[in-house]
Write a protein that binds this ligand. Structure first.
Ligand SMILES: Cc1ncc(COP(=O)(O)O)c(C=O)c1O
Length: 382
């Protein structure tokens, strides 16, 4: 097994599996729903299963209607005239990232990713024949480290992977950071003689707190591929739909379209199911209630701080990071599990000594969880 996914597998095959099924556990482990889905979501899917023509369930690539839906959203958000032909629909953000890497990376190319990363970046870079190059973001701020990124660039750098709003820290990188990154990559691209791409992983772009705005590097850097999943905004990650796309400012966008489709086939038919695409125009308008997540954050983070935990205040996503009161975060998350609180050890996402809390837990789990966090902390201190 690859070293980078071994801690992930041992966590999910360990006590998580059993505890995850128990209703009295305060479950903050992963971004999974702990409550029933949005009724409008279920209604949209139900409607889309009613076949309206003979091709309803025929093989689907990127349906023109899906591409138009996505392009209209991106045009409205960025003010740039997005071309529907530049949208490739995928079965989730996972596949969007895999296909993007396979499209851009030649064997031996280096791909810079920021740590803490989403669990699978390193594995997906390796699977595409690339060499992962890790650049660290430091807790508790997890600021973008532009100098470190610039220092990591070499003649074989093909892409930099960026994820904002950032899992696991909840940071939303401001437009000024993105412009500075774009300038640094423009200079470096000229120096090494080929464009360095930004792979901008944006599944949390609509989960923003405190009235924050989301800026995408695609607005300032043409060589950007956006990867997106609907699994977060709809909190239905088992229904796999997402996309990858390039901005209308990219000069050679027509040239990579066929390669993207070829790589979708090569990735094992990385297209979304027919009925999810039929439902997409409806799904695009739906979202979980972000104000509920924000209220939950505002209840839980101050409560943890009051108890004596160091906890971050996320700007977006549904994650918060907290420092383990003992150096061994795995031992502390095991202790929390004995108190019937399930969280993700930071070691799994390359932040040892911390743990990640998912705000997708229900309000009841938050209320039940707070005294249990208190009890575990007292026990750890003893
Ligand atoms: C940063 C990031 N990228 C991509 C994904 C993949 O999303 P999906 O499972 O919906 O494909 C996730 C899911 O956790 C994520 O957090």
């Amino acid at each position: 097994m690859r070293e980078s996914v071994a801690p992930f597998m041992s966590f999910f095959n360990g006590p998580f599996d059993e505890l995850n099924r128990q209703p009295d556990v305060a479950n903050f482990a992963v971004g999974n729903p702990q409550e029933m889905p949005l009724p409008a979501y279920v209604a949209a899917l139900r409607d889309a299963t009613e076949a309206k023509d003979k091709d309803w369930f025929a093989y689907k690539l990127s349906e023109a209607s899906s591409q138009r839906t996505v392009a209209a959203t991106l045009t409205a958000r960025t003010g740039m005239e997005w071309d529907p032909d530049d949208v490739a629909m995928t079965n989730g953000g996972f596949a969007a990232t895999a296909v993007t890497l396979r499209t851009l990376v030649e064997p031996g190319d280096e791909v810079i990713f920021l740590s803490p990363p989403w669990f699978f970046y390193e594995m997906l870079i390796l699977a595409a024949g690339g060499e992962p190059v890790r650049v660290r973001l430091e807790p508790p701020a997890f600021d973008l480290q532009l100098e470190r990124i610039a220092d990591a660039i070499g003649p074989r750098t093909r892409a930099v992977m960026l994820n904002s709003p950032h899992n696991p820290s909840g940071r939303v990188y401001p437009g000024a950071d993105l412009r500075a990154l774009a300038d640094a990559l423009t200079d470096a691209s000229a120096r090494i003689g080929h464009p360095i791409w930004i792979i901008s992983d944006e599944p949390y772009s609509r989960i923003l707190f405190d009235g924050r705005r989301f800026d995408s590097p695609s607005q300032v850097y043409p060589h950007t591929v956006i990867t997106y999943s609907y699994g977060k905004t709809l909190l239905a990650p088992g229904q796999r739909i997402g996309y990858l796309t390039v901005p209308p400012t990219l000069p050679e966008r027509g040239q990579i379209r066929d390669e993207i489709v070829m790589q979708q086939f090569a990735t094992g038919y990385a297209f979304p199911n027919a009925f999810l695409q039929h439902a997409l125009a409806d799904l695009e308008r739906l979202s979980i209630d972000v104000s509920v997540l924000e209220r939950r954050r505002d209840r839980l983070v101050p409560a943890l701080r009051e108890l004596g935990y160091e906890a971050s205040m996320p700007e977006g996503t549904f994650y918060t990071m907290a420092r383990s009161p003992i150096a061994d975060d795995v031992a502390f998350t095991d202790l929390l599990a004995r108190h019937r609180v399930l969280v993700l050890p930071g070691s799994i996402v390359e932040v040892p000594g911390w743990f990640r809390i998912s705000l997708t837990a229900s309000d009841e789990m938050v209320e039940d969880g707070i005294p249990r966090f208190a009890a575990a902390l007292s026990e750890a201190r003893r």
